[in-house]
Write a protein that binds this ligand. Structure first.
Ligand code: PHE
Length: 362
């Protein structure tokens, strides 16, 4: 068998054309096998070299090797092109717009009570108060005795306390009726100056449109050597303005009685009712929002602080009532009904954390 140079040239042209025409990697591999595989056209020609005369073999050997190299290079090059094209196609097909919102709308809502806790904490944190917490299950000492409720005093009754069964020592634990026990726990654990607020759950045996057996309070306590009633008044005025997001607010301090403060007061804020809506901060009607006063000397003594050296103020506010007022929620019991429609209407978006710079309730 002799091989003409013209044959080789047309063979090369044919195979190069087939390589260029291959549209995918599988077709290209077929072309490769048919040319350079064991039984491929070029391989067969290589085998025929053995039967040639030495001179002819020399010439043809060089030519065939050249052809083989040309074809292998062309295949490798086409292979790269096809590979890149396949990758480009896949990238285009799997393209994801990472700027799209993850869901059409967020489903979870923040409960108004949680929102108001966050708002209150934001305001007092800005004034330098620290957040403390205490147990919901308390004993008589922390809930009453240390707070200057004498044994058998009628003030214990107005708290409508939930008591547990007595333990083996006859001691009855109780569900705290207010967050004030955390005043005692903090003053026992830390030296003044103290500046804390205490968000938490509180419990009283009471249920109607404005009372639920479990409700929420935020306690405040400031103890140092010079804090006086003027500071208390300023602090609570600043708080109410920030909380209700108004520049000015009508308020008054009404004398009151608490065993653990002297003097004691309740703070009322002015409001008007326009139709169904309550407008806070203006008008001639008054709403009580919190109790407060100067910490009673007996309370300071009960935690080992000298009342001739230390003084300060305390306050306790009803969070549920503040939420009702600020967000126009008419019935307290709905807070605890776990009704999705109510929560969707009165709830807040999960990622809008209240802050003083952008607005608390935005
Ligand atoms: N603990 C009182 C209550 O629950 C509120 C209060 C706290 C009053 C601190 C004065 C000072 O009614």
């Amino acid at each position: 068998m002799t091989v003409q140079t013209t044959d080789l040239t047309s063979l090369e042209r044919d195979i190069l054309a087939a390589i260029a025409a291959a549209e995918d990697e599988r077709t290209l591999d077929d072309v490769r096998v048919k040319a350079l595989g064991k039984k491929g056209r070029v391989s067969k020609l290589m085998k025929s070299l053995a039967a040639m005369e030495a001179d002819e073999r020399k010439v043809m050997g060089v030519k065939l090797n050249g052809l083989k190299t040309t074809l292998s290079d062309a295949i490798a090059e086409r292979q790269d092109e096809l590979h890149q094209a396949a990758l480009d196609a896949r990238l285009a097909a799997e393209k994801v717009d990472v700027t799209l919102p993850i869901r059409p709308h967020a489903e979870g809502r923040i409960h108004p009570v949680s929102q108001v806790f966050d708002e209150i904490i934001t305001i007092f944190a800005d004034m330098g108060f620290e957040v403390k917490e205490g147990p919901d299950i308390e004993d008589d000492f922390y809930n009453f005795t240390a707070l200057n409720f004498p044994p058998g005093h009628p003030a214990r009754d107005i708290h409508d306390t939930f008591f547990f069964h007595p333990d083996e020592n006859g001691e009855r634990k109780l569900l705290r009726t207010h967050t004030s026990p955390v005043q005692i726990r903090t003053m026992q654990a830390e030296k003044p100056p103290i500046r804390i607020i205490v968000p938490g759950r509180t419990y009283r045996c009471d249920s109607d449109q404005t009372h639920t057996p479990m409700f929420h309070q935020v306690e405040g306590l400031v103890i140092d050597q010079e804090t006086h009633m003027g500071h208390l008044k300023w602090c609570l005025e600043e708080f109410t303005k920030a909380f209700f997001e108004v520049d000015d607010i009508r308020f008054r301090f009404r004398p009151h009685f608490f065993p653990f403060t002297e003097p004691s007061a309740e703070m009322d804020i002015g409001y008007t009712r326009v139709g169904n809506e309550i407008r806070v901060g203006e008008g001639d009607d008054w709403l009580e929002i919190l109790g407060c006063g100067m910490v009673h000397p007996n309370v300071l003594k009960n935690v080992g602080l000298d009342p001739d050296v230390y003084q300060g103020f305390a306050f306790g506010m009803g969070v549920d009532r503040l939420a009702m007022l600020k967000y126009g929620i008419p019935d307290l019991r709905d807070f605890f009904a776990a009704d999705m429609r109510w929560l969707t209407h009165y709830g807040f978006a999960a990622l809008d954390m209240p802050n003083l710079a952008n607005g608390l309730s935005r």
